[in-house]
Design a protein around this ligand. Structure first.
Ligand SMILES: Cc1cc2nc3c(=O)[nH]c(=O)nc-3n(C[C@H](O)[C@H](O)[C@H](O)COP(=O)(O)O)c2cc1C
Length: 282
């Protein structure tokens, strides 16, 4: 049996995580901080082999407020800061690795929030000694959740309906994109798909689509119209795909379902704006 990365099943941890933008004025102790750093250092390489690193830094006073996150995050004393070397699948690999650290922090009882757009890249780049060929696709506050969410936090959750997810029939298919996949037909992999469905995504767009075909699971990115060009900076929806791959892989691993990621594009007719990413195959 593969040893778990977490103290509880990942199928408990994934539903437990929710973005949190309001933090208590209490630091994470040194031991906890070192555990997070050690967790990242021990991770195996991501599926496409890109070079990704994650560090945990202290937030100087005010960094999480207006100065660092345009006021989106309040009170955080620490941030996870990730950097990726540029490469063909750098954003997917970044999403894959960073999400594991987010889930580990969740396992430690800490609150987090993926922040890909609303942060000052220069400020965080200075904190981790960003190299010429690296970018910072995202950061996350890490800490103890404040007793209640700030108005801004509640508002941003309401704007993108953060608590909601698309139903199975809009996300998962059998053979091609016209036939929805039922849980029964997904069989042993139903939980892997359910954990993808519960994943966080930028502005909660949930761009992941999966077509099951004879024990293979083909992942596609269904781009939200206008989205790639709407926001400056890294391609958020490719990061979302990496997060989905992470959830699928972690669940399969925990449930002892053999398999791994491969390039095996089935060449299906695709809905407009969709592109092939990877295949889970035994
Ligand atoms: C790649 C990525 C980038 C994100 N960027 C931001 C951001 O810049 N600002 C923000 O407030 N939330 C950001 N989020 C958080 C999403 O809005 C949130 O994950 C989504 O609404 C689902 O809510 P949940 O995380 O509580 O499940 C981001 C999430 C992801 C996955």
């Amino acid at each position: 049996m593969t040893p778990s990365l977490f103290s509880v099943p990942v199928t408990d941890l994934i539903p437990r995580r929710a973005s949190w933008r309001s933090y208590a004025d209490a630091p994470v102790d040194r031991g906890g901080q070192e555990k997070i750093r050690a967790f990242f250092r021990a991770l195996p390489p991501p599926p496409f082999g890109s070079s990704v690193r994650v560090d945990l830094v202290d937030a100087p006073r005010g960094m999480s407020g207006l100065a660092g996150t345009y006021g989106m995050v309040k009170g955080a004393l620490h941030f996870l800061v990730g950097a990726a070397e540029s490469g063909p699948r750098d954003m997917e690999d970044f999403g894959f690795q960073f999400e594991q650290v987010i889930l580990y922090a969740t396992d430690l009882g800490l609150a987090t929030c993926w922040i890909g757009a609303t942060f000052r890249r220069g400020l965080f780049g200075d904190r981790i000694g960003l190299e010429e060929n690296e970018t910072i696709p995202a950061v996350s506050p890490v800490g103890w959740a404040a007793g209640r969410r700030t108005m801004k936090d509640r508002l941003s959750r309401w704007v993108v309906s953060s608590a909601k997810r698309k139903p199975w029939e809009e996300l998962f298919f059998e053979g091609n994109f016209s036939r929805p996949l039922t849980r029964e037909a997904a069989g042993a992999h139903a939980e892997c798909l359910e954990m993808v469905r519960l994943a966080p995504s930028a502005t909660n767009k949930q761009p992941w689509r999966i077509v099951a075909d004879n024990g293979r699971f083909h992942l596609f990115l269904a781009r939200s119209p206008g989205y790639a060009t709407m926001l400056p900076g890294p391609d958020m929806q490719r990061i979302d795909m990496g997060i989905a791959m992470c959830h699928f892989w972690l669940t399969a691993r925990e449930q002892n379902l053999p398999g791994g990621w491969a390039q095996a594009d089935p060449g299906l007719p695709l809905p407009q704006g969709s592109e092939y990413v990877a295949t889970w195959t035994e």
